[in-house]
Write a protein that binds this ligand. Structure first.
Ligand SMILES: Nc1ncnc2c1ncn2[C@@H]1O[C@H](COP(=O)(O)OP(=O)(O)OP(=O)(O)O)[C@@H](O)[C@H]1O
Ligand SMILES: [Mg+2]
Length: 259
């Protein structure tokens, strides 16, 4: 019973004004409870679509996704929380009020949700910034508020779509280290999307490489290196070379329009 998310034969084609766009084809994948699974693949291969299907925001044309044996046909924070590349904070709410948002929707009383939000801002390094508005925070801080807001829901699964994609490299490395700590303490299952091979190797317990559109699973890697990961270790550089081999091939296909 280690599998938490079971994706069976999932496909998706978008109907657009210029014709059908096949985004995903026959995806079969299981996500284990409490693992950190990363999706890598060329731009447009359907990574965000797959996250959308797992989160119940996008309906597949074929196949089924089950979370703990149940189909999810609409977003449900009791099962899944989401973080996107754009933190999407409410500009008129302070950091604390942003973190409180989901709890407010769930009808959690004010003092209780305030306490919960305060507790979450501390481990994300934002103690003392509770009253600041998004415009007063740096990019990394805003993204940490967005992650705290998602964590406040205490969903067993966290879907993260290039959450650090808009940050500079140093901030990104630090955010990765921080996320690993959060993952270790909250025991959340994370499904993560990135374009960075380095980020994937530093963070993931498994890495899935997808093909160019329509996305299929091309390869799956177990990353057995101990945390914190040393990117200069022989195994890490070998893994990077292997990953790059696959991604390069698929990205070239996508760029040359052969798919
Ligand atoms: N709502 C939509 N309507 C029409 N086409 C869509 C829609 N969403 C995605 N697509 C198309 O489906 C394909 C997969 O898109 P998706 O956003 O899942 O890719 P991605 O792997 O996340 O790409 P990126 O790495 O650039 O974020 C693309 O060709 C995209 O244009
Ligand atoms: Mg995407």
């Amino acid at each position: 019973m280690r599998d938490q998310i079971v994706i069976s034969g999932v496909s998706k084609t978008f109907q657009t004004a210029s014709g059908p766009v096949p985004a995903l084809a026959e995806i079969n994948l299981t996500v284990r409870r409490r693992e950190f699974l990363t999706l890598l693949g060329p731009s447009g291969c359907g990574k965000s679509t797959l996250l959308g299907i797992i989160g119940g925001m996008v309906t597949p044309d074929g196949g089924v996704v089950e979370i703990d044996g149940m189909k999810l046909d609409r977003p449900d924070p009791k099962k899944v929380a989401l973080v996107f590349q754009d933190p999407g904070l409410f500009p008129w709410r302070s950091a604390l009020e942003n973190v409180e948002f989901g709890l407010e929707l769930q009808g959690v009383p004010k003092t209780e949700r305030r306490r919960a939000a305060q507790r979450l801002l501390e481990p994300v390094g934002l103690k003392g910034f509770e009253a600041k508005y998004p415009r007063e925070l740096s990019g990394g801080m805003k993204q940490r508020v967005a992650i705290a807001r998602a964590l406040a829901l205490q969903s067993p699964i966290l879907l993260m779509d290039e959450p650090f994609g808009a940050l500079d490299e140093q901030t990104r490395l630090l955010m990765g280290e921080w996320l690993l700590k959060i993952w270790a303490t909250t025991k959340t299952t994370v499904v993560f999307v990135t374009h960075s091979l380095q980020e994937a190797i530093v963070l993931s317990s498994r890495i899935v490489v997808m093909t160019a559109r329509p996305g299929r699973i091309k390869a799956l890697f177990e990353v057995e290196l101990p945390y914190p990961r040393d990117l200069t270790a022989k195994e890490a550089t070998e893994l990077r070379a292997q990953l790059w081999g696959f991604i390069r091939e698929e990205s070239l296909q996508a760029m040359e329009g052969r798919v």
